[in-house]
Design a protein around this ligand. Structure first.
Ligand code: DGL
Length: 268
């Protein structure tokens, strides 16, 4: 079995871990939440790149066979450098604008992501590859990540803020919405409350985990086992609250896995 590192600025990458546990429950996971420093999306490119590299090096030093950078912002700013410095497979996450362009009926697609992701060269290069007939309404979700980190994804406060961010996307007539930050799948309930079923939501966790699976196959780490692997949850802020959030946000039954939690503390 493989040891897989999953890293995010906070609890957002749990949306990727959730899908990984669904498709690949037999592996061992280390989930690293840099919640002491969330949100990344309003920080400088240099800071995000340097911090993401340090944390991925830390995961590699723990013996990970592959790392999922389960953060659109860190992927946009740091993945090229991380791949240069580490020799294990590094899987990133990008806003699903390509599948959105394919699925949209009217060619108007909202993209909710962090400011750093929307400004990044990587995102804009991806955007430039897409056909002109599709119009993308880009909206930074300022303030949403701290609310999700505080366990308030379903609160009135979040609903209000989300409503404001979704306004330009709706006003433009979007029929498809890209959840371009791994925290945002945890807003599904609030989004549905505001928009009903009128809009198609695109998140890429399934595609990311399929990519992880392909990489593990090349490492010959894909044997099947009835046994569920272990999960180590590491937080740079508070390991007890990460465990509580994981129990709340993950749809997998954590009782099937051996779960440890730890504080990143002074390791770095
Ligand atoms: N979960 C992150 C992402 O996918 C980062 C959010 C943040 O820390 O601003 O972009």
């Amino acid at each position: 079995m493989a040891l897989i590192g999953v890293f995010d600025s906070g609890v957002g990458g749990l949306s990727i871990l959730d899908e990984a546990l669904r498709q690949l429950p037999q592996h061992d996971y280390i989930y690293l939440a840099d919640s002491a420093n969330a949100p990344y999306g309003e920080k400088s490119s240099e800071w995000i790149a340097a911090r993401s590299l340090i944390l991925c090096k830390y995961l590699a030093s723990k013996g990970c066979d592959a790392i999922v950078v389960a953060c659109n912002t860190a992927t946009a700013e740091a993945i090229a450098q991380i791949r240069t410095e580490l020799s294990i497979p590094i899987i990133g996450v990008e806003p699903g604008i390509k599948p959105a362009a394919m699925q949209s009926q009217n060619g108007i697609v909202g993209v909710l992501a962090t400011e750093a992701t929307l400004k990044s060269d990587k995102f804009n290069a991806l955007l430039a590859t897409l056909p002109d007939h599709c119009r993308f309404i880009k909206q930074a979700g300022a303030g949403l990540v701290p609310l999700i980190e505080a366990g308030k994804a379903d609160s009135e406060e979040t609903l209000d803020l989300l409503g404001k961010h979704l306004e330009p996307i709706l006003d433009a007539g979007s029929d498809t919405l890209v959840l371009g930050c791994t925290h945002y799948p945890f807003l599904r309930k609030s989004i549905r409350k505001l928009l009903g079923d009128t809009i198609t939501l695109i998140d890429t966790s399934d595609a990311v985990v399929k990519q992880l699976k392909r990489q593990l196959e090349t490492l010959e780490h894909n044997s099947h086992s009835e046994k569920h692997g272990s999960i180590t949850l590491i937080s740079s802020k508070n390991e007890a609250s990460l465990l509580v959030m994981a129990k709340d946000l993950l749809s997998s039954d954590l009782n099937l896995h051996l779960v440890h939690s730890a504080l990143l503390g002074d390791v770095l």
